[in-house]
Design a protein around this ligand. Structure first.
Ligand code: ADP
Ligand code: MG
Length: 406
């Protein structure tokens, strides 16, 4: 799935050209609209700066939040306008950004026509148009007509077949990957297709049902699979253990058994925790105790992996050259059940220091690693939760498929 990238376009392909860039500036905001985390804006800066330095006229387009309703009128909400993003981007770039109040049409074209070479414009929230999520060809064509080159740098939205992420490439050529999208592909696809071994995956999070696809796909690739989080109790229950009030998906017991069997067939070392931290209720200030997994008391629920499990996970990881982590080991939002996740985050940071490639994918996993303060010690932190999961599952992402082949 090798695609053309911005690096394949020569300076003369870009100088003076109008370049439409799909970015993922879907940033978290506080009640008053101020941006609480600008990671996604910063992540797109290499692409934007490259275009600015090449003398292109950069036209950025993003979605923000989830506008509701069937018509443009219903969907437009002042709170979902991208003005705060334009302001932050201008600060980060150190140059002015033309904020357009629409995404398509004559007025937008006129505003873009005023851009100098190296200038940057940001279109209004593209999801105000129902045609965006419907991947309406007419809307895609209208977007395409604004520019001469298409760059997709919105990894976080690449698993969506929308007008600005996929449809537009049918009407606008060349269509290439931006630097962020390319980097994500290099790390995530590289780790599963051509990894330095041993390759380990750590999968956690709440439900096994949301991770079936990724576990199945990873079982065909990894040397070791470490499972933590809420999904472990479905595995234990399938083995006949009692799990108290822990999270269990009763309809996934057979599946859990078959995943264990699949690991054995494939020669994958599958590690499940040997002890857990149980709580008397789902609360930050719950009473807690550490128990072996075959001694979970009735009425208690497992909310983290225990210290022995952490040790065995650490020794399994010690010789790994590549580690992919998706899904926290416990309810890390509560401090007393964050220890397993914290310990694994620190271990991965150390492994990176020893030359291993460490990759974190998944919205909550990334948040956990950031909370622990070791995000900058990982090889790669994916900017796409859903997209990274789908890529690890081996799915073809529409936003990537739409781009020109290398
Ligand atoms: P990611 O976003 O990284 O893919 P998920 O969304 O799959 O991760 O799962 C994250 C959630 O899983 C967190 O909110 C965490 O509280 C929850 N979780 C982890 N362990 C448990 C557990 N033992 N019981 C219930 N929920 C858990
Ligand atoms: Mg999540």
């Amino acid at each position: 799935m090798s695609k053309q990238t911005l690096a394949n376009l020569k300076a003369e392909d870009l100088a003076g050209k109008k370049v439409l860039v799909r970015v993922d500036f879907n940033v978290p905001q506080s009640e008053n609209g101020s941006i609480t985390d600008d990671t996604r804006i910063r992540a797109a800066l290499p692409t934007i700066k490259h275009l600015v330095n090449s003398g292109a006229k950069t036209i950025l387009v993003t979605h923000l939040g989830r506008p509701k309703g069937d018509t443009l009128e219903e969907r437009v909400k002042d709170k979902l306008r991208v003005n705060p993003i334009a302001d932050r981007l201008a600060e980060l770039l150190g140059q002015s950004v033309v904020k357009c109040d629409d995404c398509i049409g004559a007025e937008v074209s006129n505003q873009i026509a005023t851009l100098e070479n190296g200038g940057v414009a940001l279109l209004e929230n593209v999801r105000f148009y129902p045609g965006e999520e419907a991947n309406d060809p007419e809307f895609a064509k209208a977007l395409a007509s604004l520019a001469e080159v298409y760059v997709n740098d919105a990894f976080g939205a690449a698993h969506r077949a929308h007008a600005s992420t996929a449809g537009v490439a049918q009407f606008l050529q060349p269509a290439v990957a931006g630097f962020l999208l390319d980097l994500e592909l290099q790390y995530l696809s590289g780790a599963i297709d051509n990894p330095q071994r041993p390759l380990a995956a750590i999968v956690g999070g709440s439900k096994v049902s949301s991770k079936i696809g990724v576990i199945e796909a990873l079982l065909a690739k990894v040397n070791k699979l470490l499972i933590g989080g809420g999904m472990i109790f479905t595995f234990y229950k399938a083995r006949g253990l009692s799990v108290g009030k822990s999270l269990v998906e009763e309809d996934k017991l057979e599946l859990a058994k078959s995943l264990e069997a699949m690991a054995q067939e494939r020669g994958v070392e599958l590690l499940l925790p040997t002890d857990v931290v149980v709580a008397n209720q789902f609360a930050a200030d719950a009473q807690s105790q550490i128990v072996p997994i075959d001694q979970i008391p009735d009425g208690w629920m497992g909310l983290d992996i225990g210290p022995d499990s952490v040790k065995s996970f650490q020794s399994a990881l010690a010789d790994c050259k590549t580690v992919i982590w998706n899904g926290p080991m416990g309810v890390f939002e509560f401090d007393q059940f964050a220890k397993g996740t914290e310990a694994i985050a620190h271990s991965l940071a150390e492994l990176t220091g020893k030359g291993a490639i460490t990759i974190i994918g998944g919205g909550d996993s990334v948040a956990a690693v950031e909370k622990v303060g070791v995000a900058d010690r990982m090889s790669h932190i994916s900017t796409g939760g859903g997209a990274s999961l789908e890529l690890l599952e081996g799915k073809v992402l529409p936003g990537i498929a739409a781009l020109n082949d290398a």
